[in-house]
Design a protein around this ligand. Sequence first.
Ligand code: MLT
Length: 314
Amino acid sequence: MRVLVADSFDSSGLDALAKAGCTVTYRPQAKDQALVNEVAAAAPDVLIVRSTKVPEAVLAAGPLKLVVRAGAGYNTIDVAAASRLGIYVSNCPGKNSIAVAELAFALIAALDRRIADNVADLRAGVWNKGEYGKARGLFGRTLGLIGLGGIGSAMVPRAQAFGMPVVAWSRSLTDERAAALGITRLGSPTEVAEQADVVSVHLALNGETRGLLGADFFAAMRDGAFFVNTSRGEVIDQPALAAAVRDKGLRAGLDVFADEPSGGQAEFHPAIVDLPGVYGTHHIGASTDQAQQAIADEAVRIVRVFAETGTVPN
Ligand code: MLT
């Protein structure tokens, strides 16, 4: 198999592909037209990407048979065009759940203690113990989860370890599962907004979830509550969140944004990150060594299964 890896990828995965007999072309910087050119030149059977976007022009540029998304979500790949062209798309679900949950918790704690503002003041030579002596604390505060797949589920024991009761909404959550997890099932995202001190979003992006959390949702949130999104920027109405930050004193931790760049380094400045009370990070939820190693292992497994059977496991 000829495999083009067009994103940063754990070196163990590159070695494993080579050991499996694949001819590997590693082009982590290839984006947009450069990626189209690489696909045309390398004529790969398989394309592996993480954040690199894969539109129809890339899919149609060479003899691709399989695109592997080195992550759980696959909204950055034109799956409809891939289906039309007879190209498989396979993802790596569940491999980075703990890493993303850890970042969500880091953002929650950082918002409570205003860590980024603390750091900035001290760097500017300002000692401000009075200003930063007013955190609310997390113990006893209710965490509301929107979405309870692998990542949402990984949030539950972490919240419980912090002494936070958990309420959750997910389309597929049953009372039995909620009882087994020791959490409370709610009937809608709005109910979560009403009952939680901290809301954390863990939804896949699809036709049902795009724009799901809008002005009504943010209006239902408690004044001064925290909102954390480590899933996809497109599931929220960002201007509506910005208005709620300004009008209701919400604090927000955002790892994801609508129309993010195709990975790597690029100019990108979503207006909301300039608001006081908003901490933005660079879609780094899955960016731990452990998660990227597990993702690379799974991506290699997918390529092997495809080479052996002509079909994909995910
Ligand atoms: C995912 O879809 O699993 C994440 O967005 C991971 C990533 O940052 O690549």
